[in-house]
Design a binder for this molecule. Structure first.
Ligand code: ADP
Ligand code: K
Ligand code: ZN
Length: 434
């Protein structure tokens, strides 16, 4: 039986849901125009008045907002409430530059917990589950965000935060953790540490669900994780600007449901800003429909995805975004060919001898882009014979060549020599940018 947290909302007929979005869009546009000098100016410059937004389709008339706007108005210039109405700040990790500050009213924190309560219910987490939250707690939204969602559904939180990995594994065993929330990189590291302690996640723990995100990871990586540890691994998505982690896949594992009563999603051409039809890959744009402190209108998140409004097997009518390939600006251009790190991961994870850790290094040598991929072997495939090493390097290089249409240098490195990550991992070193 499929369970829902808010059954009426989650299964609301599409027409009704669209109507609800339309009403909420109109009111959020009026709200920001009234409460924020930033938005009033932005709308005036675009020649748009709140009354011009009459239907859902009119959303495309609204000007975009960008991470740059949050930086330019640092710290709270885009907020729509006075500071005394805020119950919390978070500060983004600043992966791509100067950090940005986000803020929440009590209502915002409650809506955030509701989004996650729906998401957690959709992957079978509830009362009786013990959820170990190994995302960082603190300024990063991952830890506290999931914490409130997990308490909302009545599960028991083990707030380990990240780090202290051996202790994490002991606690996982002693307290019977059933769900683990962390970055996929940290989970891989954790599994490795567990092995070195003689602990099998599959046989010696009660872990059955992973909530992995905050960074891109591939379908093939999921298959690896599920096969080697016996858990179900679900993708979770969010960004601090939208509150934090908010959305997950459901048990159908075919796209991440975006709660349409809270957020309006579009996918646009990253170059022209034109809306793309459903099913076409482009840049994710989100308008918040329920946030009070920091509503965002047509915010260009920068992530690369595909929108899917087909009905889902789970009965939820809310649209799905397909696995995020990375940020639009993560795309590497190597000798004129577009390459996403996620494509490389997909190829690598299809080769059983290749371990889960890898690094992409790009250089410019004699005016030519050169891409090198460093990989480790799995324990099972381990060999120190030069013949085997060269054979594997060639195998990987030719598999990559087939998919990327690009000659790549592959270098097998010693097991354990590539960096491990407890948070978001850095898989690409682009020396051309230095
Ligand atoms: P920062 O922008 O400083 O990294 P956030 O922690 O808010 O701050 O990061 C949000 C970003 O992380 C997203 O825009 C996206 O690029 C990435 N991200 C989060 N979850 C996922 C996921 N499940 N798959 C791919 N990328 C993700
Ligand atoms: K990031
Ligand atoms: Zn679904």
């Amino acid at each position: 039986m499929i369970e829902y947290w808010n059954p009426l909302t989650e299964r609301m007929p599409t027409e009704e849901l669209n109507k609800l979005q339309e009403e909420k869009l109109k009111s959020i546009v009026r709200y920001v125009y009234q409460h924020s000098d930033f938005y009033r100016k932005r709308f005036d410059e675009a020649g748009i008045k709140p009354d011009d937004i009459k239907t859902l389709a009119d959303v495309t008339k609204l000007p975009f907002t960008y991470k740059k706007d949050l930086r330019d108005t640092y710290p709270t210039g885009m907020f729509c409430v006075p500071n005394e109405q805020l119950v919390r700040f978070h500060v983004s990790s600043g992966t791509t530059g100067k950090p940005t500050v986000v803020g929440y009213t009590k209502n915002d924190v409650d809506e955030w917990a509701t989004s996650l309560a729906r998401a957690m219910t959709s992957i079978g987490i509830g009362r009786g589950d013990i959820i170990q939250i190994s995302y960082g707690y603190g300024l990063f939204t991952g830890g506290l965000g999931l914490h409130y969602g997990a308490e909302e559904v009545g599960s028991t939180v083990l707030p380990t935060s990240s780090g202290n990995t051996e202790k994490q594994i002991e606690l996982m065993q002693d307290l019977g953790t059933t769900a683990m929330a962390c970055t996929p990189s940290y989970f891989l590291f954790m599994a490795e540490v567990a092995r070195s302690m003689g602990v099998s996640i599959r046989d010696d723990t009660k872990l059955k669900i992973g909530i992995f995100g905050a960074e891109p990871w591939s379908q093939q990586m999921r298959a690896r994780i599920e096969e080697t540890t016996g858990i179900k691994a679900y993708d979770v998505f969010g960004t601090s600007e939208l509150s934090g982690p908010l959305f997950t896949e459901c048990t159908y594992q075919d796209g991440i449901h975006i709660w349409a009563d809270q957020f309006l999603v579009e996918v646009v051409d990253p170059k022209t800003g034109e809306s793309l039809p459903d099913g076409e890959r482009g840049e994710l744009v989100i308008t918040t429909l329920a946030k009070e402190a920091l509503p965002l209108i047509r915010y260009r998140i920068g992530d690369n995805t595909v929108l899917n409004r087909e009905p889902c097997g789970c009965g939820r009518t809310h649209p799905r975004i397909m696995r995020i390939l990375g940020r639009v600006d993560d795309m590497l251009i190597i000798r004129g060919i577009n390459v996403f790190p996620g494509q490389i991961e997909s190829v690598l994870m299809n080769i059983p001898e290749v371990g889960e850790h890898f690094q992409i290094i790009v250089d410019r040598i004699n005016e030519l882009d050169v891409m090198k991929i460093q990989i480790e072997m799995t324990d099972a495939a381990f060999s120190d014979k030069v013949k085997d090493i060269i054979k594997l390097e060639d195998k990987v290089a030719s598999a990559l060549h087939k998919v990327l249409n690009l000659a790549v240098k592959v270098e097998l490195v010693e097991h354990g020599s590539l960096p491990r990550s407890m948070g978001k991992s850095k898989k690409v070193i682009d020396n051309r940018k230095l």
